[in-house]
Design a protein. Structure first.
Length: 264
C-alpha cells in the first residue's frame, strides 16, 4: 500500500499596519540605549587626568590634576624660577561631580596660599566641554579674590605613573600656610618615602602610582614640631612632570596643607 502526503507551504507571517506600529512603539519604549530627552543632564565620572596652562590670564603657571573620585588639585605659582620651584599655592576640591555636558563642580573646596593663613573656602568649577582645552574658576565663598584658569590636557606619556619613574631624591621647597623651608624627599623603589626640612622636621610615608591619571597617591606621617603639620598623618596626591614632583597633602581637618615642589 502506498501512502501519499501532500506538502503544505508555511503560512507567511504577516501583520496588519496597526499591529506593526504597536510593536514598533513598544520596542522604542523599552530600548534602554535610546538617548535621554532633550535638556536632560546626567552625572558622569569626572574627566580624570593632568592639565597644564595658566591662571588669571597668564599671570601664573597652573597644573590641574583631576581624579575619578571627585577630587581635584590646582597647583599654581609664578613662572620666575628656572628650576621650577615656584609653587605659591594650591586649590583642592572634594566631592565634585561632573554632568554629561562636561561641567565639573565642587562646593567643598579650599584655596591654600603659601604663607597666608587661613585657607579660603571656595567653590571649584571646570568646564570640559571643549576638552582638551579646559577652563574653570576657584570662587571664594567669602567674597575674596578667586582664581580663573585655562589649561590643556598634558598626557606626559614619557613619565607614566610608576615607581620606576618616581624613584629618586628630590630637592626643593616644603610649604604650608605658615611659610616655606628647604626640603628633600627620597622615594625608594618599593614606594617608601622619607623627607627632611631645613627647619628640622622629619617625615616618612608611601608613594603609590594611580593609573589612568598620571598621578600618585601619597601618605605621610609627620614628626613633632617644627613640622608644619605636627604628629599628623596626611593623605593626598602628587604629579610627576619630568624631573619635577608636585605634592599636596591637606591636613585631616582641611585647615592647612603641606606642599612640596622639587626636582631630581
Amino acid at each position: 500500500m502506498t501512502i501519499t502526503t501532500r506538502f503544505k507551504p508555511p503560512v507567511p507571517l504577516t501583520f496588519t499596519l496597526p499591529l506593526a506600529l504597536s510593536l514598533a512603539l513598544a520596542a522604542c519604549a523599552t530600548d534602554s540605549s535610546a538617548p535621554p530627552p532633550p535638556g536632560t543632564v546626567t552625572t558622569t565620572l569626572p574627566s580624570g587626568g593632568v592639565y597644564k596652562g595658566t591662571i588669571d590670564n597668564g599671570q601664573a603657571d597652573a597644573t590641574l590634576l583631576v581624579l575619578f573620585d571627585g577630587s581635584a588639585y590646582l597647583f599654581y605659582g609664578t613662572p620666575n624660577d628656572t628650576r621650577g620651584t615656584n609653587l605659591s599655592g594650591v586649590a583642592i576640591a572634594a566631592g565634585g561631580t561632573q554632568t554629561s555636558d562636561g561641567k565639573f563642580a565642587s562646593t567643598s573646596a579650599f584655596d591654600y596660599r603659601v604663607g597666608r593663613a587661613p585657607a579660603t573656602a571656595a567653590n571649584f568649577s571646570a568646564n570640559f566641554a571643549q576638552a582638551p582645552a579646559v577652563s574653570g574658576t576657584v570662587a571664594s565663598k567669602n567674597g575674596g579674590a578667586g582664581l580663573a584658569f585655562n589649561v590643556n590636557a598634558a598626557p606626559m606619556l614619557d613619565t607614566g605613573p610608576s615607581l620606576a619613574n618616581a624613584g629618586g631624591l628630590y630637592s626643593g621647597r616644603g610649604m604650608s600656610l605658615g611659610g616655606a623651608t628647604t626640603t628633600r624627599i627620597t622615594v625608594a623603589a618599593d614606594g617608601y618615602a622619607a623627607g627632611t626640612t631645613s627647619a628640622g622636621c622629619i617625615f616618612k610615608g608611601t608613594v603609590a602610582p594611580r593609573p589612568g591619571a598620571n598621578a600618585y597617591d601619597v601618605s605621610v606621617t609627620f614628626g613633632p614640631a617644627p613640622c608644619p603639620l605636627p604628629d599628623a598623618t596626611v593623605k593626598g596626591a602628587a604629579v610627576l612632570d619630568g624631573p619635577r614632583l608636585l605634592v599636596a597633602l591637606p591636613s585631616p581637618d582641611r585647615a592647612n596643607v603641606f606642599l612640596f615642589d622639587g626636582r631630581k
